[in-house]
Ligand binder design. Sequence first.
Ligand SMILES: Nc1ncnc2c1ncn2[C@@H]1O[C@H](COP(=O)(O)OP(=O)(O)O)[C@@H](O)[C@H]1O
Ligand SMILES: [Mg+2]
Length: 220
Amino acid sequence: MLLQLQNIFKWVNSGGQRIFLLKDINLKVKEGEFISIMGPSGSGKSTFLNVIGMLDGFDEGSYDFLDESVHQLKEKHRAKLYKEYIGFVFQQYHLLDDLTVQENLEMPLLYKKLKGAERKAMVADMLDRFNIVGKKDLFPAQLSGGQQQLVGIARALISSPKLLLADEPTGNLNSKQGEEIMELFKQLNEEGVTIIQVTHSEKNAAYGKRIINLLDGRMI
Ligand SMILES: Nc1ncnc2c1ncn2[C@@H]1O[C@H](COP(=O)(O)OP(=O)(O)O)[C@@H](O)[C@H]1O
Ligand SMILES: [Mg+2]
């Protein structure tokens, strides 16, 4: 088992009332799975993905990731798990605007005990794999949306994560760019990367081998 969420509830307090963002979520994910999360806007998809990705906490329930109890870990240990095993791709790319493509790719490696030359080699491999060698010295604003998302995905993958999480990764792309990203995910999954993606598109969701539907914070 890669991860297991049990009876997860998440809420915010507003005017003395509890507003539930997630309600009684139960999910087991094995290594090698490819899961698509669907649901209307505001149904809790991003919150769900952020909880899985340890970017958000929760109020009740348990979360085990590779036999570690995430809910009991100190922040520092949780951050370490995240950096070691999880890659996150965002709809808005979240690249650092004042760093070049090459520098953006290098960011996740700065936390690791790697020599400068090793980091450079890993960045060069990624640039090569994603066919963006020619863009390495450009800044994000000089790239198209599709190219920025490729950089976002390359950055998420550079530390060889076990789990790739993607929140509407093709939401800002045209259909051809979107299809390229989905084909890339398919290939990564075939290579063994576990993928959980949030999508609005039935066509993209079909790339997953399991579909989870959310409504008002609940799995239906
Ligand atoms: N920190 C927060 N405080 C209050 N409400 C929130 C917070 N985060 C999300 N929400 C609300 O929770 C619901 C689910 O949000 P979200 O997970 O972003 O949904 P989705 O990604 O499916 O559109 C929305 O109604 C949103 O407004
Ligand atoms: Mg969302």
